[in-house]
Design a protein around this ligand. Sequence first.
Ligand SMILES: N[C@@H](Cc1c[nH]c[nH+]1)C(=O)O
Length: 415
Amino acid sequence: MQPYVIDANNGSSVEDFQIRENLITTLKNRFTTYGYKQVRTSTFEYYDLYSTISGTVNKDEMIKVIDSGGKVLVLRPDVTIPITRMIALNKQHLSDNLRLFYMLDVFRQSVEQADEKESTQAGIEYFGENKPEVDSEVIMLAIHTLKDLDFSNFKIEMGHAGFFKELISQTTLSQAEIDQLQILIQSKNIVEMEPFLTSLSINEDVKKAIQMIPLLYGDPAHVIQQAKDIILNDEMEVLLQNLIEVYEVIKDYGVEDSIVFNFGLINNMNYYSGIIFQGFVANVGKPVLMGGRYDNLGEQYGTGMPAIGFAFEVDLLLHALNQQGLSDDQNPSVDMIIYYEKLKQREALSTAFRLREAGYQVLTSLSDTNNTASPTYIVSYEENQNQFLLNGKKTEFSSYADLYELLRDEKGEVT
Ligand SMILES: N[C@@H](Cc1c[nH]c[nH+]1)C(=O)O
């Protein structure tokens, strides 16, 4: 291993970068069509922003830095939290509904994945009402984006953060016990769950309901039926109803085939209060997107406000595109190369300037120079003639206006 090199060959080639940029452009374009506007948050944040609130990133996972005044800073470990804080503090200046998106790096470290400290998230946050129509539109946006990327076999798993919380509120379990239980539910480890639950002092109904949670997975209509059996009180009834209502609107978007219910879903972040969801694509073991409703997070910054959002892990998406052979970069490296003989230099360079002004990507090259680029068009200025070459077909032209006309015709044919 080379010393002092972090991330020596991960996505560092020019081609990889182009594919990544194309992916980001696709995401941005889709977010924009749902009315979202881009924002950014600071890379360095005060540690106190995270350490004083609950439901935040695990403190050991944050990457800390000390500034020259001795203050502890962290590299942005999450985007939802600083955006919520920003909105909560400036609420009076804002209209009722706010749709924001971001493309930002987040920094987290874990013992299991010591090499992966930095990842790019493409996320959206909606601040406004808590309504099934809003939740379903946000989930639709996630689905729409996955469709844009040509993933055919993806699933959105949907659950509700309140379900487990409500069951736990019926018990007096310690945080350590709750954490352990969450791990068992998440990994659907029913074998170990049984003895673990028996060792705890919880009421029999609650125990049965908790045991059922990992099994509440799959086709929504079926899961809804099963879930009815473990409803213990009115609150749980309301949560189930909420999930059903969101699902009903998703059906009207006609994308219910992409939805799976998963009551055992537990996201990384603890700030969720309502619907939660994760997105999965074939051949990738981890979710490529995570999100949910977090209506109470703003309260910790003085203004509670309904909010829902999600974030794609850009590098996981990229990995998935590569895995599924969807990332073949069909794009030519540039639009055009202009080859010229020295004697025609002035004319060739003037043409290059004008075409670049018109937005074409143009390389110029003295005729005897080697060039490895593979353009769509080739233009050559030779002593006795000027030629325009496209798909093996040569056309002579005399002036810039002629050449521009040829390009225009060509574009006209394509579109
Ligand atoms: N910030 C969350 C994703 C999210 C965005 N908005 C709501 N949830 C995460 O990193 O997992």
